[in-house]
Design a protein around this ligand. Structure first.
Ligand SMILES: Cc1cc2nc3c(=O)[nH]c(=O)nc-3n(C[C@H](O)[C@H](O)[C@H](O)COP(=O)(O)OP(=O)(O)OC[C@H]3O[C@@H](n4cnc5c(N)ncnc54)[C@H](O)[C@@H]3O)c2cc1C
Length: 384
């Protein structure tokens, strides 16, 4: 089963690459991503078969994200929010009706999902978010602004986090075709041009009562669980990106001749190749370890010790892989010399796109603090 999933993911990636190349150079959204993903049936990889998904186990899903990561962190980001955050949260917290109404169609691309925690004044510390909700009859009324949200401009349904007057956070399924949502794309992005990032404003937006995800007040717990899967997907995607950088660097260094021989025969070029390879092996091992611990927790979701181990292993993997992927891309650019400093070649795109992996889903600094307090004990947490 895993093999057929990975074959379909590979077919999707191969079909996507030509349009991805053109869209990246033209710095525009790739509108072929969803149709091609639908054609290859890869829009519901971790979702059980009864809801139309492919039922990929954790290890197969991680390999799929690794393969998608070879196409770039932008394309992988689309899958991170649609599947790792959106679908997995619906699988874990959705009611039967929500699964029928949102999860099932999402596996066929009839519904595209997004996850909106960040706001203009609440990034690293989402507890400072200001989006508000209040109960009014049999619906909730939401007001606020969400910022830097992947898929915001293309999503049909967004998981939105908001607080009530008592400061309790809840999560809501917000349909973007209803009155009270204003969306705007982020156009001046440094990288990932082929995927959508945007902001939106909710003004007296009415959410029917049945669209609360989980229980009222469970929002922060839901967000944190989502972020574990989100970070896992970033780490796995980075492994793919490093692999692609290695392929590009090896091929180019064998073809390019300077000082009478292929540059691959110059020892300082070999040093770059060796470093990229070590980054690849180490990152892959960290992701496998994190996946193993995550898998144990998934099978025993109420076990707090398993959750803590998985959470920390995923944070370590995300921190390590994001930095390794950035360094690998930098080295691959160096091997390509002047040509490397161009979006015509893939390493330059990886360099720019991998940079954001050190910012979203827990910036480097936040993950370091999390890992350190995991070692030292909660009383040594550097932030409140
Ligand atoms: C392309 C892109 C896509 C994104 N997609 C999503 C999405 O789909 N959904 C979503 O909810 N969010 C998304 N985000 C938002 C992302 O998660 C935030 O940008 C991230 O959490 C950092 O928040 P911030 O940008 O407000 O930076 P800030 O929180 O303002 O941080 C700025 C700097 O200060 C550092 N810093 C902050 N606090 C501390 C501290 N206590 N100690 C040490 N250093 C600290 C940070 O590490 C960082 O280096 C996306 C962002 C980008 C760029």
């Amino acid at each position: 089963m895993g093999d057929s999933i990975l074959k379909d993911v590979n077919d999707f990636c191969e079909k996507l690459r030509p349009t991805e190349d053109v869209c990246y150079l033209e710095h525009r959204y790739n509108d072929q991503t969803i149709p091609l993903a639908r054609e290859s049936n890869v829009l519901g990889l971790p979702v059980p078969k009864e809801f139309g998904g492919r039922d990929a186990d954790n290890f197969t899903y991680i390999k799929a994200l690794e393969r998608i990561g070879m196409e770039g962190s932008g394309i992988r980001s689309f899958f991170s929010v649609h599947s790792s955050l959106g679908q997995k949260l619906l699988m874990r917290f959705g009611t039967d009706n929500q699964k029928e109404k949102y999860l099932k169609p999402s596996t066929k691309g009839q519904i595209i999902l997004a996850f909106a925690l960040t706001e203009p004044d609440a990034g690293s510390n989402p507890l400072e978010l200001k989006t508000s909700f209040r109960k009014d009859g049999d619906s909730y009324v939401l007001n606020g602004t969400k910022y830097l949200i992947t898929n915001a401009g293309i999503a049909d349904t967004i998981i939105v986090f908001a607080k009530n007057a008592s400061n309790d956070m809840s999560a809501f399924l917000v349909d973007t075709d209803r009155e009270g949502v204003e969306r705007e794309d982020l156009v001046s992005k440094m990288g990932t041009p082929t995927t959508n990032t945007g902001m939106f404003e909710l003004t007296d937006y009415r959410v029917p009562q049945e669209n609360i995800l989980g229980k009222e007040g469970d929002g922060w717990s839901i967000a944190k669980q989502g972020l574990i899967d989100g970070r896992m997907s970033v780490a796995a995607g980075c492994v793919g990106s490093i692999k692609d950088c290695l392929i590009e660097a090896v091929q180019y260094s064998k073809e390019r001749v300077q000082y009478g021989k292929p540059i691959a025969k110059h020892q300082l070029v070999q040093e770059h190749i060796a470093s990229i390879k070590v980054h690849l092996s180490a990152s892959r091992m960290m992701v496998r370890r994190a996946t193993m611990l995550k898998d144990k927790w998934d099978k025993d979701p109420d076990d707090r010790a398993k959750r803590r181990k998985a959470d920390l292993a995923v944070a370590e993997a995300k921190l390590f892989c994001a930095n390794a992927a950035y360094d690998a891309a930098d080295r691959a650019v160096q091997i390509l010399g002047g040509r490397g400093w161009s979006f015509l070649y893939r390493p330059g795109r990886h360099l720019v796109d991998n940079r954001v992996c050190r910012i979203y889903e827990g910036a480097d600094e936040i993950l370091k603090l999390k890992i350190a307090s995991g070692v030292l004990g909660d009383e040594y947490r550097a932030y409140s």
